[in-house]
Design a protein around this ligand. Structure first.
Ligand code: FAQ
Length: 341
């Protein structure tokens, strides 16, 4: 490397470091270290995959929701999750990632998604508990990501967090309604809480001492808090909500620590966590098989969209407009609406 090029590289790196240190955003066209780009793609892709796979546990209840109102709410929530996945895949594309490649990595098990979505949703109370605990944990983790150093990710997070907040409230409202119902309904809520509590704590990732990525991601201000800090925040936020709801959190070690001004709590089963993230959780196989089947069943839509785009491109280049595109090309030329007749 010539001295001139080396000096320019140093300058770019220094500018990157200063931008991060000043809490300004790194944008897609800015220079960034390769390792920063790789880390961002890894985190954003895993996050996008989580949103897409995360549609399945609740999607499982759309046809069996107990009323039209609950069905409409659930459909809207699952649809929001698809939208979150799409914003996030777009954010990953701004870093040079290829969308088809990311999907391939998901359906071949090469890239992770959140451990939480590998647990089954056994009753309708699970829908409420997913909203309360899973979206609650997602909010705790994601609100600080609105200040993440990569601009497109941070901006996507702002909108996602607004919607997650609505999701969390709908879950809590559903549980409140069930808790005012019959003994059987109250038991369903308690049972779902027992099953989802520990997996929700695992969403924040391994303990800091076993988290290989946290230190560097904190330095780059991708992550703004460590896994353990966020887990503590979530516990502190959730215990009073459980009390109002009237459910017991399944942790005998859970108690207020006056000195620390935080709740003490037990540790999740980290061996189970490792099993789940390495593909051996209760529903990993089924989740990936469903996603792969949906992807394959959608091949004709992608083919049709690509053929249509190619036809349009040809028409605008050659002026030879096939009958099916005449109205659209005319409207485009005249600056009107892009609608087929
Ligand atoms: N599951 O060194 P760290 C949602 C992996 S919310 C699976 O600590 P990092 C909304 C980690 O990737 C859920 N894998 O890693 C919704 C790494 O593996 P790698 C999604 C996990 O990145 C609600 C290794 O372990 N949210 O979808 C998990 O610094 C309801 C070592 O870990 C996000 O993705 C886990 N729980 O910290 C949708 C938030 N934890 O890549 C539907 C953004 C760790 O080296 C319904 N992501 N791993 O092979 C983050 O904040 C971070 O990436 C963490 C992990 C905190 C998840």
């Amino acid at each position: 490397m010539s001295a001139g090029i080396a000096a320019e590289a140093d300058e770019l790196e220094q500018y990157f470091e200063e931008t991060v240190a000043r809490d300004r955003r790194i944008e897609p066209r800015d220079w960034m270290p390769d390792a920063y780009r790789r880390t961002m793609i890894r985190q954003i892709a895993q996050h996008a995959h989580s949103e897409i796979i995360g549609m399945q546990p609740e999607g499982n209840w759309v046809t069996r929701a107990p009323s039209l109102r609950r069905k409409a709410i659930l459909l809207a929530k699952v649809q929001d999750e698809a939208g979150h996945g799409l914003y996030l895949y777009s954010a990953a594309e701004t870093l040079g990632a290829d969308r088809a490649d990311l999907t391939d990595r998901l359906i071949t098990g090469k890239q992770k998604y959140s451990s939480i979505f590998n647990y089954p949703s056994l009753t309708f109370a699970d829908v409420g508990v997913i909203g309360w605990l899973v979206d609650g944990a997602a909010i705790c983790n994601q609100v600080p990501l609105c200040r993440s150093s990569y601009g497109p990710y941070a901006r996507a997070m702002i909108r996602i967090c607004k919607e997650e907040s609505f999701h969390q409230r709908q879950g809590y409202e559903l549980l409140m309604t069930m808790m005012r119902g019959s003994d059987a309904q109250r038991e369903m809520v308690q049972d779902a809480t027992n099953r989802w509590w520990w997996p929700s704590l695992m969403m924040f990732g391994p303990p800091d001492a076993d988290s290989p990525n946290t230190e560097q991601s904190m330095r780059w201000r991708i992550k703004r808090h460590t896994n353990d800090d966020l887990r503590q925040r979530f516990v502190d936020m959730t215990v009073p909500q459980a009390e109002v709801l009237g459910v017991t959190l399944p942790d005998p070690d859970l108690r207020w620590n006056e000195e620390r001004q935080h709740y003490d709590f037990g540790q999740p089963d980290w061996a189970e966590f490792r099993r789940v993230i390495s593909g051996n959780g209760p529903c990993n196989t089924q989740r990936i098989a469903n996603r792969r089947a949906a992807h394959e069943a959608g091949a004709w839509v992608r083919d049709a969209a690509a053929a249509y785009a190619a036809k349009r491109e040809r028409a605008s280049r050659t002026g030879a407009v096939p009958p099916a595109l005449r109205g659209e090309v005319r409207a485009t030329r005249e600056g009107g609406a892009h609608e087929c007749p």
